[in-house]
Structures are given as C-alpha cells and as structure tokens.
Design a protein around this ligand. Structure first.
Ligand code: ZN
Ligand code: ZN
Length: 264
C-alpha cells in the first residue's frame, strides 16, 4: 500500500510570492486545516472538494480555517449536490461552535444543513476508515486559538507528524522523534522576537537532534524558488542539514516499501 503526503500550499499567513497558505492533503482524502486559499489549491490540483473525507483542524487562526465556508458551499451547490459524501471534522473541544459562527458570518443560513451533516470528533485520538491512527497534542503557539499538532501512524507502519503552528516544544519534539517524516512550519524569520513559530535556527537544531526524521518545511516566510523580482521579505533559503526539505506548492512525498521519498 502506498501513501501520499502532498502540500497544496506552503506559505505562511502573509502569502510569500508564488505560495498559497500552508495546506496538506494525506492520501488524497484527509486535509489538515482549511485555509483561505484551500479552494484555490484544490482547483489547481484538480481535486474535488467532494473527495475530502476528513478535516483535521490544528488551530483557529484565520490562515488555517477561514477557507471552510467556501469548501462547504462548494460541496453543497456543486460537487456533492446529492449529499452522498460524509465529512468528518476532527478538532479540539469547541471547534463545532467556532465553525458555526464562522459559517454564519460568511453565508448566513446557507450552510446550516451542511454543518448539521458533519460528524465532529473532539477526542484527542482516533482511527480513520482507511486505518490511520491519529493523535492530537498541544503545541506552543497562541493559546487563544487552541493550538495543536497531529501524529498519524498507519497500520502498515507509515508515520508522520504535522506541527500545526508551533514554536519549539516538548510535545512536538516527542512526536517528531517517533516519526519517519514531519511537516513542520517555519513561520518566522530569525529576527522576529517571538517563539510562537519556528525560525531557521530552530529548524537547524531540530534536524540535528532528530537525524532519522525527514523534516518537510511548510508555512514558510520565504518566497518560492520560482518567484522573481523584488522579494516580499526574502527569497533566500537557509543552508540546513540534509534531512530538511523546503517544499514548494504541489510537492509530494510517497510512502512505499516502508520508506517515504519525494515524488519523482
Ligand atoms: Zn498560520
Ligand atoms: Zn497560527
């Protein structure tokens, strides 16, 4: 059995050049978060919103969840008009109320039935229909948005972590140390005086402490390598250890024969 982790977006909240908001899809049916550019990302990738079975919510910042009303609206009126496709939302306690508020603000009344048909799971671990065991853990970010990361382990042994938005913290490091790959955010340049996101030096030390885990960098502040002209902040990538991989929108890693490797 093969697995696929694809980053449909790799930018932080400020949308560096040629990047959409950080957005991961696992095996083509489970997404992590629903950023404002989620529908754009899915259109570019040719993935119908109706194919999505699960949304794993890391936290409630706008760059991670404000795309939800558009996904629900699209499913209701275009790709799942017959309402045949069940949707599960996995998130911390209170996620249902927050999503109701968000959808009521975006499209008053129009998404009530769509919300009613979602199965919300607020426990901190579970198993998907396709045998991914997942666990949610607290991370270090703004406590007002209930920040979490996820660890996934398939019954065939494949494992991965998604950091959500987080600065360095023990829970995240513990999950990474037990996993083959980790999708890790690098939201801040070195000079920002806050520890709510990873900075290049944090990624450096994290990679050195966990040499057996491949770190796939997303939610980055650095313009795409495909960009040109004056950078937004910078277009220069730090020199990192060999187990650090700065991803571009659309990049995928494939799990086959017990190992993850980049597509192609
Ligand atoms: Zn973010
Ligand atoms: Zn955040």
């Amino acid at each position: 059995m093969t697995h696929e982790v694809r980053l449909l977006g790799t930018g932080n909240a400020f949308l560096p050049k040629q990047r959409l908001h950080s957005f991961m899809i696992l095996d083509g049916i489970h997404i992590v978060d629903a950023p404002p550019t989620a529908l754009t990302s899915l259109r570019i990738a040719g993935i119908s919103p109706a194919e999505i079975e699960t949304i794993f919510v890391t936290h409630l910042h706008g760059d991670h969840v404000f795309g939800l009303p558009f996904l629900l609206l699209e499913r209701k009126y275009i790709s799942d008009r017959e309402r045949l496709k069940p949707l599960t939302v996995v998130g911390a306690k209170g996620v249902r109320e927050r999503f109701q508020t968000l959808c009521q603000l975006a499209f008053p009344g129009s998404l009530d039935d769509a919300l009613d048909s979602i199965e919300f799971i607020e426990s901190d671990h579970g198993t998907t229909n396709d045998n991914w065991n997942w666990e949610r853990f607290e991370v270090h970010h703004d406590d007002a948005v209930d920040p979490h990361g996820y660890r996934f382990e398939h019954s065939d042994g494949a494992s991965l972590v998604h950091s959500g938005d987080s600065g360095p913290c023990d829970n995240l490091e513990n999950a990474i140390s037990r996993s083959q790959i980790a999708v890790v955010e690098m939201g801040f340049p070195q000079w920002v005086p806050s520890d709510h996101h990873h900075k290049p030096n944090d990624i450096q030390s994290l990679a050195e402490r966990n040499p057996d885990t491949q770190l796939l960098i997303t939610h980055t502040f650095i313009d795409s390598e495909k960009s040109s002209g004056e950078p937004i902040l910078t277009n220069e990538f730090p020199i990192h250890p060999g187990n650090v991989h700065h991803l571009e929108d659309g990049d995928a890693w494939i799990h086959e024969n017990s190992a993850w490797n980049p597509e192609n």
